[in-house]
Design a binder for this molecule. Structure first.
Ligand code: FNR
Length: 352
């Protein structure tokens, strides 16, 4: 982990309410998957090229029409207001100032329109499909009207994972923040939080439906298998995110770092493949890019930055990751992410 990230993590731990810290940190079950995510990127070794002119390294990345300063983007995460009074508005400002995209969660704690107004650059909207599907469709339409560039449909959450250390799925978030983007669409008289829970009956046709409703590309998040990625692409997905949801859903799921190559082999020639989970340095990202990822989402470190230093620290953390990536790309003999030869990365020999 980069020193700046380790430092922000400690500062966030002191700045956050203890229940908020535990909520951000938690994984599901025994936290096996949550615990393995970072180390899994270190299960690869690099075979650098030499005698290449790497005096200029260009990190600019294009993903579904978004022009980005680097391949780092902010993963969708709930309730940024636990970390900072401006919540997601501060996050998008900080990320935008670093030239990075933010994926804004359905469970954002500030109104979508306010978040959109605060965003200096592109942002995407993460959709959970709720039991009340009209609620999700209204949200997707609002996101499209507010300027979202894509919908990220999270599919690893038919039910919210059980996180033992937070004793349940909800912490002390008041209803007006929990439902800030949802309340106005609930049918009067509906039992608020029930209608706004995830629908466990989703099938691939939901991909086409959301694309039609929002008029935006749909990226499916939470895929760990090539065959499943292919099923999503055949149903109309414009991209996929290889993710274990930060180890917060199915515990003992394969780490994203180990799942990525299979997904790239299945769909990488058709759609962009993004990845997240445990990315804490430029070298972690280099491995992901060499394995065929187009972009890398960063989760918890952004919340640490937000809690420790607001929008400015969010900019700083994303710029530090980009600087580290620029450095290691040059050492590996590549002038851009696209210039990475897949043979640069190999699984580490296991002698244990
Ligand atoms: C998440 N994640 C998540 N994903 C999603 O699709 N919708 C959401 O609302 C949330 N909420 C959320 C809250 C918190 C506190 C965390 C830590 C994570 C998962 C997130 O998008 C991403 O997959 C992981 O966080 C990436 O792993 P790292 O970088 O946190 O290790």
């Amino acid at each position: 982990m980069l020193a700046l990230l380790a430092d922000l993590r400690e500062r966030a731990r002191s700045a956050l309410r203890p229940d908020a810290w535990e909520y951000y940190e938690a994984g599901a079950g025994d936290e096996v998957t949550a615990g393995e995510a970072e180390a899994a990127w270190r299960d690869f070794r690099l075979r650098p090229r030499v005698l290449r002119d790497v005096s200029r390294v260009d990190l600019r990345t294009r993903a579904l029409g978004a022009d980005l300063a680097s391949p780092f983007a902010v993963a969708p995460m709930a309730f940024h207001a636990l970390a900072h009074p401006d919540g997601e508005c501060a996050t998008v400002r900080g990320a935008g100032d670093a030239g990075c995209l933010t994926v804004v969660s359905t469970r954002a704690s500030r109104p979508l329109e306010d978040v959109a107004a605060a965003a200096p650059g592109p942002w995407w909207f993460q959709a959970y499909v709720m039991r009340d599907r009209g609620l999700t469709e209204a949200l997707v339409q609002r996101a499209a009207a507010a300027g979202a560039g894509a919908v990220v449909l999270t599919v690893d959450t038919p039910h919210v994972g059980r996180k033992q250390r937070v004793g349940g799925v909800r912490i002390g978030i008041p209803d007006d923040e929990y439902l800030v983007n949802l309340a106005r669409h609930l049918v009067p008289g509906a039992v608020g939080r029930e209608a706004a829970e995830q629908d466990p009956s989703l099938t691939p046709d939901v991909i086409g439906r959301l694309a039609e409703v929002g008029g935006l590309p749909v990226v499916v998040k939470g895929v760990l298998r090539g065959d499943e990625a292919l099923r999503c692409v055949q149903a109309g997905a414009a991209g996929v995110v290889v993710s274990t949801h930060g180890g917060r859903q199915l515990d003992r799921a394969l780490p994203s770092a180990h799942a990525l190559a299979d997904v790239v082999a299945a769909v990488g020639d058709r759609v962009p493949v993004l990845v997240d989970g445990g990315v804490r340095s430029g070298t972690d990202a280099l491995v992901a890019l060499a394995l065929g990822a187009t972009a890398v989402l960063v989760g918890r470190p952004v919340l640490w930055a937000l809690a420790a230093g607001g929008a400015v620290a969010v900019t700083e953390v994303l710029e530090e990751l980009a600087a580290d990536l620029r450095h290691v790309l040059a050492l590996a003999g590549a002038t851009s992410p696209a210039d990475l030869d897949p043979a640069v990365v190999v699984p580490r020999r296991v002698d244990r």
